[in-house]
Structures are given as C-alpha cells and as structure tokens.
Design a protein around this ligand. Structure first.
Ligand SMILES: Cc1ncc(COP(=O)(O)O)c(C=O)c1O
Length: 405
C-alpha cells in the first residue's frame, strides 16, 4: 500500500454526507417498480455489503483457498479483502485511460486464474462482451462488479447480465446504512444459506439511520420526537459500555478500541442477510426519481467544471441511461485542492486512493495517476440543490485560488 501525504485527523467531519441519507421524503408509502439494473436480474440476494457479495459469489462459484482471481489494477482494498479472507491470491490486470479493459491483458493470465472481476466504474456501464467471450472460451467465472453501477443497461440488457455473478453495494445508491447484492441471470442462488440478522441488529440499523437523518437535519418537524428515541439509545449504549469495560482487562480494552480499517471484512458477517429495515427501505424508494435527481446533479457539476484547464471530468457527457454514483473529476494539482476542501467539510470520496503494493507506475500508470488525481464528489439523490451548489462553489474557489498562487 502506498503512503499518504496528509493527516486525515486534521479534517472535520463532512458537513454533508457522501452517501445517501434517510429523510422523511426519501421514501414512498407504496413500492414503486424498480429501475432496470442489478436489482432486476433473475436471482437476487440481499447481503451485508458489496465486499461480502464478492466473497459469496466466489464461494458459490467454487473458487477458494489457493486459487487465483484477476482484479483491475484500479481497485479499492474492499475488493481485495474478501479474496484474502478466503485464501485466494489476487492477480492484477492494467486498465486503459477510459477505464476499459484490453482483452489481451486478460488473456495473459487465463491459465493461472479461476475468475475475473470487472468493474463498471462510477456508474458508467461498460461493454464487457469481449471479456464474456474470453471467459466462455477458457472456462472462467466472470464477476461483474456493479458496486458503482446499481442501475443501467448495456446493449439493452440490465447491467450485471453478462457476468456469471453481479455484485452491488446498495448503500451507495439508497439511504439504508448498509447493504449489498449478489445477483445472477445465469445461476440459481438458492443453495446460499443466509442468516437473518437479529431483531437487535434491525433496531440498531433503524436507530443509526434516524441518528444520521437528524445529524444532517433531515427529520423536519419530527426531529424532537426522534430525539427522544436517540437519547434512550445513547443512554443504553453508555450503560453497556461501562459494563463491558468493567469486564475487560486493560489490555483487552485497548485491543477492542483499535480502529478497524474502512475496507475490512468481518468473517462473522459473511452469511448475514441485509437487515429487514434496509430491504424495506429499498423497496420503498422511487428509483425513477433517484435516477433523475442524480443525473440532474451530475449535470450541474458538468456545466461548471467541463471547460477548465486545471481539471477535467472523467466522463464529460452523461446520457439518459447512465445513473452516476459520483462525479469523478481529474484534478491536476489534486492534493492541495483535496486538503483545502476537506478542511472546509466538503465530502470527497477517493476510490482507489490506496492500491495493492503490486501496482506500480510501470505496471499500470493510469491506475497510479487516477489514484492520486481523481477526486469524486457526491451527486446522490438525497442532497439538496443548494448543497450541490455549495460543493461546486467551494470546489471552484479552491481551484481558482490555486491558480493565483
Ligand atoms: C468497485 C467496488 N467494489 C466493491 C466494493 C465493496 O463494497 P462495500 O463497501 O459495499 O462493501 C467497493 C466499495 O467501495 C467498490 O468501490
């Protein structure tokens, strides 16, 4: 893993959430029909998150200890961890500047690998039919990673249809706290025995969501009522914490307090179904509205940031069948812009900021370049118009200020 050149503890908590936030208006009472994508594939399982979906797809395909799986050089560690958990060796392939794959790079590895993971980055579906042909020819399992692309079509087929398995990270698209999908249009998934999380997990999920909604002022006039529930939960947590600490030795307590990395995979959660609360909220989201709002916000970013010479959008057009996860912007002098915006509480996601140590400039210069220079700004449907404007204004100011120096 490469080292970082800033201290993230200097940054305040973002003033707006990078992920969708629940609110009283985010859901509808009825269950509107769901837009085409991973959720409309023939076989769908709701699991804890995208990384567990990768682990389960590989397990279902019979890929395990000692096998090798091919991954893109531009990745996040949450894609590598499920492999490590199962004792699978990750092997990497380089990617092109437009984030597409050169099939000859895959062909180099066909004798050593059992499966290939391909990614539709940032919400923009890619045509992977040449990779599907390769997989057929050499008997490989194809996993379509749709963590960024829950919705959309390629060649008139739902995204995820080409893979033996598709995986998604529903919490990037719905205000649900946690959630992922393993889906397949080719294999029945009935043999996977998932465990329903306990009532306690469901209640905790619901209260955490309320807390998040309150923090970002999404509860409107009901804020006072929900405050009461949150206070009771915090009181119970404090009592539990005091009790736990009494039971632990000082050493135990220290181990427990160590921070879990953001990309970690917890083996205990592998077979967890997504909570009932999260599944209920997905069913009650109007996905057509979600799509329109995300596209509108993406275009607001495009309008302002398309014609500058100090940055460029990674995808400079947005067609109506693309549902963006974020607005990915290539920033020439990315580090000072990133630091200034983070200090101002602007939410920024940096997919691929930390890459596996095998990824060097010689192996894939595009991945190294994007890891450093591509900043992703949220354009999710639960943002308000003025919040998107606020992000854009601060971004433009940071870029302009840097130009003056
Ligand atoms: C491309 C990709 N795949 C898989 C994952 C894992 O998803 P999750 O965070 O839901 O576990 C991520 C997470 O950011 C991702 O970006």
């Amino acid at each position: 893993m490469r080292s970082i050149s800033y201290d993230s503890s200097q940054f305040p908590k973002p003033r707006i959430s990078a992920l969708p936030i629940p609110s009283l208006t985010a859901f509808s009472i009825n269950s509107p029909s769901i837009a085409t994508g991973v959720l409309t594939l023939k076989h769908v399982l709701h699991v804890h998150s995208g990384r567990y979906a990768i682990a389960l797809a590989l397990k279902h395909a019979g890929v395990g200890f000692g096998d090798s799986v091919l991954l893109p050089a531009y990745h996040c560690l949450a894609m590598v961890e499920p492999l490590r958990l199962a004792g699978i060796k990750p092997v990497f392939y380089p990617i092109n500047a437009n984030l597409s794959i050169d099939p000859t790079e895959i062909e180099k590895h066909v004798t050593e690998i059992k499966a290939i993971i391909v990614v539709h980055y940032f919400g923009f579906p890619q045509n992977f039919s040449s990779i599907r042909h390769l997989a057929n020819r050499f008997g490989l399992i194809l996993i379509e990673d749709c963590a960024h692309t829950c919705f959309g079509k390629v060649n008139n087929l739902a995204v995820g249809s080409l893979g033996d398995y598709a995986i998604a990270s529903t919490m990037k698209f719905f205000p649900i706290g946690h959630g992922g999908i393993v889906a397949s249009s080719r294999h029945q998934l009935t043999q996977v025995n998932l465990i329903n999380p306990s009532l306690k997990v469901n209640i905790k999920t619901a209260i955490n969501l309320l807390e998040e909604a309150k923090e970002y002022e999404r509860l409107g006039s009901l804020s006072g009522f929900f405050d009461f529930i949150i206070k009771i939960k915090n009181r119970l947590m404090r009592i539990k914490k005091q009790h736990d600490i009494k039971l632990q030795t000082a050493e135990d307590a220290h181990t427990k307090l160590e921070k879990t990395p953001e990309y970690a995979v917890d083996a205990n959660r592998l077979y967890w179904k997504s909570s009932r609360v999260s599944q209920f909220l997905i069913r009650h989201t109007n996905t057509q509205e979600l799509i329109k709002t995300r596209q509108k916000y993406y275009r607001m970013f495009l309008n302002v940031l398309s014609n500058r010479n100090d940055c460029h959008p990674l995808f400079s057009t947005l067609s109506d069948d693309v549902v963006p996860q974020v607005f990915p912007l290539y920033v020439n002098r990315s580090l000072p812009v990133f630091i200034q915006l983070k200090k101002q509480g602007i939410p920024i996601i940096r997919f691929g900021e930390f890459l596996d140590e095998k990824i060097t400039d010689q192996f894939c210069s595009v991945s190294i370049d994007y890891s450093e220079h591509v900043l992703q700004f949220p354009c999710h449907q639960t943002l308000k118009n003025d919040e998107v404007e606020w992000i854009i204004n601060h971004l433009v100011c940071a870029l302009d200020e840097l130009k003056r120096h």
